[in-house]
Design a protein around this ligand. Structure first.
Ligand SMILES: [Zn+2]
Length: 251
């Protein structure tokens, strides 16, 4: 087992706290409530949570997933996001070194915030998708300045393809199929991974989304054609996986 450098330990140790922050941001941004101000409250009894209620995963596990004050079940949203943030950090420090492990972890955490927001409220906040476009281009340039043009074209291409589907669907069916958030997320994807992985990312996300719909149908839930599917929830992990795979030469 290789010696863990201090940097890796820092990323791993910070991950559950970033996870907790990401879970809060993903829930509060679409609702338009303040991220920084206003302390966390129990959504059921409105009790202000104390620091001992806010330790990632641990507080939730100790209280058996219930509010310590009113006993209401809190659901697995927070610990799930916190654990995924930790898994992202573990992958980042396993496959990357130096500043790139921070880049890998931060990119993964930003995508986690988007996936969580989409799962929670069918929203991909602009304040997360849009900054991913210039940061993706900067990362591509940092690796190899020759990549910049190709990645910039991929960002435009990813946006235009999804925007075209959105507009066409709206014209034909008179309702929204894909959201504009998905088009902006595809622009971010193009900026980070370049053009070649984009089709496989969309295919993987669509297959995953369809399988989830199929499974819930098999379980007896009726699915309407107008049912919203949070495509960003599936696009986000596919984008990160494609970027990690390309960077590590796994593909
Ligand atoms: Zn409560």
């Amino acid at each position: 087992m290789p010696e863990l450098p201090l940097q890796s330990i820092l990323i791993i140790a910070a991950a559950p706290f970033f996870g907790s922050f990401i879970a809060t941001v993903a829930r509060r941004l679409p609702a338009g409530s303040s991220i920084v101000f206003g302390r966390s409250r129990c959504p059921y009894c409105q009790a202000v949570l104390s620091p001992r209620d806010l330790v990632p995963v641990l507080s939730w596990a100790l209280a058996k997933g219930r509010c310590r004050l009113c006993g209401h079940a809190l659901g697995g949203y927070y610990p799930a996001v916190e654990l995924i943030a930790l898994a992202i950090a573990a992958v980042a420090v396993t496959f990357f070194t130096g500043p790139w492990s921070w880049v890998a972890a931060s990119f993964g955490w930003a995508l986690l915030a988007l996936a969580a927001a989409d799962a929670d409220s069918f929203t991909l906040p602009d304040s997360i998708t849009l900054p991913l476009i210039p940061t993706g281009l900067a990362a591509a340039w940092g690796l190899d300045p020759d990549r910049l043009l190709m990645h910039a074209l991929a960002a435009v291409g990813g946006f235009v393809c999804f925007a075209a589907i959105t507009v066409a669907y709206r014209a034909i069916r008179h309702r929204d199929g894909l959201g504009w958030g998905d088009a902006k997320l595809m622009a971010a994807a193009g900026a980070w991974v370049g053009p070649w992985p984009l089709p496989s990312i969309v295919l993987a996300a669509a297959l995953a989304a369809l399988s989830v719909v199929a499974v819930s149908r098999l379980r007896g839930r009726s699915i309407e054609a107008t049912e919203q599917v949070p495509l960003g929830l599936y696009l986000a992990p596919a984008i990160w996986a494609a970027w990690v795979a390309e960077r590590t030469g796994a593909l």
